[in-house]
Design a protein around this ligand. Structure first.
Ligand code: ZN
Length: 304
């Protein structure tokens, strides 16, 4: 089986960093991911820089990365202004987030879920005109930091509504890492049932150590793209106590040994995770860089 890993460290990983990261370092991170074999990179967010200053250099990042027909760069887009910026910067993909609960939606997007669906519909149409791959992500699909449990019926209803705008891909996001594999299976099946023409994708945070189990459950249920972050860095500036995405190299370890093909090289990814730990001046959450590969147990270099 072939699946796609979408590398989200440059966007979801770095947007939560307190210390400023130089544009050149963001570009190096992206190039390292590309050199390791990643072909879809969530590189930037076209969010208002007053809300997420870490992403203020989105245009400069995209202007500095190597372009190749095989590499697809994505940017998060929240409104028409963001879409204008994304098109001008030459993104290949847009990712539009619709939040499953009103409270989190207002904090994250400045509008409720209903208005969020309306924004997605407008951006989906404009993105199609611009010839872009369009992903819609349902955030807080497995639970909300403010409202708690999110009824599955509500997510199902949202999937049906966002599917009506003809997305290329529907992603289910466990923004705060509360999901469990049974619910993952049911909701991924909901996507494949209600939106057969959209690629099913999932986005997991490993906040409660369920991220990898959820990723494998998602694949079993039909997901064909998974978001991962080198080193397992990441978070969400609008969700309390959010922690990192599932780590690219830790998931790769399992996928490689199960014979699931991604095209991403695990050794190069471990080396980048070490580099990233140096850049952020803290060890990354991923475990593989510490444990080493098996059966080749030589760790590429000591953990900083
Ligand atoms: Zn995330």
């Amino acid at each position: 089986m072939d699946i796609t890993l979408v590398e989200v460290a440059p966007r979801d990983g770095l947007q939560n960093e307190k210390r400023p990261i130089a544009t050149a370092d963001k570009i190096e991170l992206i190039h390292r991911a590309v050199d390791a074999g990643a072909r879809r990179i969530e590189a930037v967010s076209f969010v208002d820089p007053r809300r997420v200053p870490q992403m203020a250099d989105a245009e400069a990042v995209l202007a500095g990365v190597r372009r190749d027909a095989e590499i697809s760069y994505a940017g998060l887009v929240f409104n028409d202004r963001g879409l204008d910026r994304a098109v001008a910067a030459g993104v290949d993909e847009i990712n539009v987030v619709v939040v499953a609960t009103d409270t989190f939606s207002r904090r994250n997007q400045g509008c409720g879920t209903e208005e969020g669906v309306g924004r997605w519909e407008r951006l989906a149409a404009r993105g199609a005109e611009a010839g872009l791959w369009r992903t819609v992500t349902i955030a807080a699909a497995f639970g909300c930091p403010f409202e708690g449990e999110v009824p599955e019926a509500r997510v199902r209803d949202l999937v049906a509504r966002v599917a009506a705008a003809g997305p290329d891909e529907i992603a289910l996001a466990d923004t705060i890492g509360v999901g469990t594999p049974d619910r993952v299976r049911r909701l991924v099946s909901t996507v494949t049932e209600l939106a057969p023409n959209a690629l099913p994708r999932c986005h997991f945070h490993n906040t409660r150590n369920t991220g990898y189990a959820n990723a494998l459950a998602a694949l079993d249920a039909g997901a064909r793209a998974l978001d991962t972050s080198i080193g397992g860095i990441g978070g969400c500036p609008f969700a309390p106590a959010a922690t990192g995405n599932i780590a690219t190299e830790d998931l790769l370890y399992t996928l490689d040994r199960m014979g699931i093909t991604t095209g991403v090289d695990i050794t190069a990814t471990i080396e980048t995770a070490h580099w990233l730990g140096g850049l952020l001046a803290t060890p990354v959450p991923a475990l593989l860089g510490r444990a080493g590969l098996f059966p080749n147990t030589a760790v590429t270099q000591p953990v900083p």
